[in-house]
Design a protein around this ligand. Structure first.
Ligand code: XMP
Length: 510
């Protein structure tokens, strides 16, 4: 499959370049800018994209373009710092920080250009340095009010530079520019589709596993489910999926996992209902950290016991996805980090003597979802919201009992159902759930005094879950949720809506 290589000079938005190129169905990978030439050239890329970065080109130690990039004769697109580094390397002049520009701007395309459509378009600028004189052989293809040289090109050598960021949402035409570069200029075939991803991954997994046995933990989480489903497609019954139900899942989720894997996919599945084991271990425990520790330990033990029954498994499936891989190798973060293995099943055994199979290692989250659907996993599983490893334990504050969990599940289902009915899930709320508080207060129902618990409703908007804002849900929807909870959940007489952002709060209450 054709590939475009993106060399990462450390911009916060480098990953977005990769996502936009992939959205154009062209396969691409992101590498630190100083990755050895042999490694990049061995991939036989159809073109190279140089990302932005925080450095200034004349700064000592500023990253420069490796020699092979220019010697390769490949089409090149430099973005922001990438453009400046390209200009510098090819004999043009960059002016340091005289006209910094951050935010929206409008560019005007000056000539007929193979990369940029004619006319004006809004773009996002974020640069200190700017180009003063383009390198010999380059023409100025666009300008903006503050950047007389907003884009340059050398059509003969297929080398281009953009002062603005085509990868961000604030450049609405940016996806098309990246598609034009990849498909029209580099001639990369747009073959990266969910079906081709499945086909490729299946081949790779088959080659890795051969005729050995493999195990996968499935929790109902998106990544672990899609990873297991891919491996199942590749090696069928050599895979045993292990589903440990700790009794801490949301309403209907345990059944959904069994149905998806056992009934829909026909996977070999060991489903263990360990509710009693977990609830016994949690009995009387109220400290959130203690809850997490107990659940983590129990999980490993129960999983291990089941895994040992499978026989001589040599491989363990893990749902590591591309952002985790890229994050740990990005230039400015590399020193402190190593490749992170993600524990989607709430802490899988790390001391297992098993080789990892990571079929999602090169996929972004949206691609993981598309692959999941292509494999026949149900929408409810593929679009499942993030869910903490320790499950409802972190949403059932105070002591965890069968009765309180039941209360929480019913309230939580009401929240989800009402948001679903109002069309507010997915697009308007990244995560929404109920929290059961160990706070009792006085109420009145009919003519009776009540003294019962409180449910907090949490709904947030966020892109990355690192920061989040509370969702401005329509009041009638909140009213319906509140009404239904106090009417339908015995033991609850009060509903509050959490209007705290993160930070200072977190998304979960714990
Ligand atoms: P907080 O509460 O820290 O959560 O704002 C951020 C995001 O992470 C999820 N979360 C977890 N996910 N294991 C997970 O896989 C965990 O232990 C865990 N704790 C929190 C949380 O639901 C939110 O999406």
């Amino acid at each position: 499959m054709d590939i475009i290589v993106i060399l990462d000079f450390g911009s916060q938005t480098s990953q977005l370049i990769a996502r936009r190129v992939r959205e154009a169905h062209v396969y691409c990978e992101l590498f630190p800018y100083d990755t050895p030439a042999e490694q990049i050239l061995a991939l036989q890329p159809k073109g190279l994209i140089l990302s932005g970065g925080p450095a200034s080109i004349y700064q000592t130690g500023a990253p420069s373009i490796p020699d092979y990039v220019l010697e390769s004769g490949l089409p090149i697109l430099g973005i922001c710092y990438g453009m400046q580094a390209l200009t510098h390397a090819l004999g043009g002049r960059v002016a340091a920080s005289t006209h910094p520009e951050y935010g929206s701007a409008e560019i005007e395309v000056l000539t007929e250009d193979p990369l940029l459509p004619a006319g004006k378009q809004p773009v996002w600028m974020s640069h200190g340095d700017r180009i003063e004189i383009p390198p010999p052989g380059f023409h100025v293809s666009a300008r903006s009010e503050n950047s007389p040289i907003a884009a340059i090109g050398d059509n003969l050598h297929k080398r281009y530079g953009l002062q603005f960021h085509p990868e961000v949402h604030h450049t609405p035409g940016g996806g098309e520019i990246l598609r034009t570069f990849a498909v029209d200029i580099c001639d990369a075939q747009p073959e990266w589709t969910p079906e081709s991803i499945v086909e490729n991954s299946v081949e790779q997994v088959k080659a890795q596993i051969g005729d050995q046995l493999v195990i996968a933990g499935v929790s109902g989480g998106v990544d672990s489910s899609v990873a297991a489903a891919l491996v199942q497609r590749a090696v069928g019954d050599q895979l045993t999926c292990i589903f440990v139900n700790p009794g801490l899942l949301r309403h209907g989720e345990a059944e959904a996992v069994v149905q998806a894997f056992d009934e829909n996919l026909g996977a070999r599945l060991i489903a263990i209902d360990a509710t009693e084991t977990f609830l016994n271990a949690l009995s009387g425990v109220t400290d959130p950290e203690d809850k997490r520790r107990i659940i983590g330990e129990k999980f490993i033990r129960v999983f291990e016991a089941q895994a040992n029954k499978v026989g001589q498994a040599r491989f363990l499936v893990q749902g590591t996805i591309y952002p985790d891989v890229v994050e740990s190798s990005a230039p400015d973060r590399r020193a402190a980090s190593r490749i992170k293995t993600h524990h989607n099943v709430g802490g899988l055994p790390t001391d297992f003597d098993l080789e990892l199979v990571e079929p999602l290692r090169f996929l972004f989250k949206d691609e993981v979802r598309a692959v999941g659907l292509a494999l026949g996993l149900p929408e409810s599983l593929v679009w499942r919201q993030p869910f903490p490893g320790p499950g409802l334990a972190v949403r059932c504050l105070g002591e965890i009992t069968v009765e309180r969990l039941k209360r929480l599940r019913v309230a939580d289902k009401i929240v989800l159902d009402e948001l679903q009915t109002a069309g507010l899930l997915r697009k308007k709320t990244a995560q929404a759930f109920a929290v059961l508080l160990p706070v009792q207060s006085v109420g009145v129902m009919g003519d009776q005094r009540t003294y019962a618990e409180t449910v907090a409703v949490r709904a947030v908007t966020t892109d990355d879950f690192m920061t989040a804002d509370w969702a401005r849900l329509p009041l009638p929807v909140l009213a319906r949720i509140s009404n239904r909870i106090v009417n339908e959940v015995p033991g609850v007489n009060r509903v509050v809506y959490d209007i705290t952002s993160k930070p200072p709060a977190t998304i979960e209450w714990e």
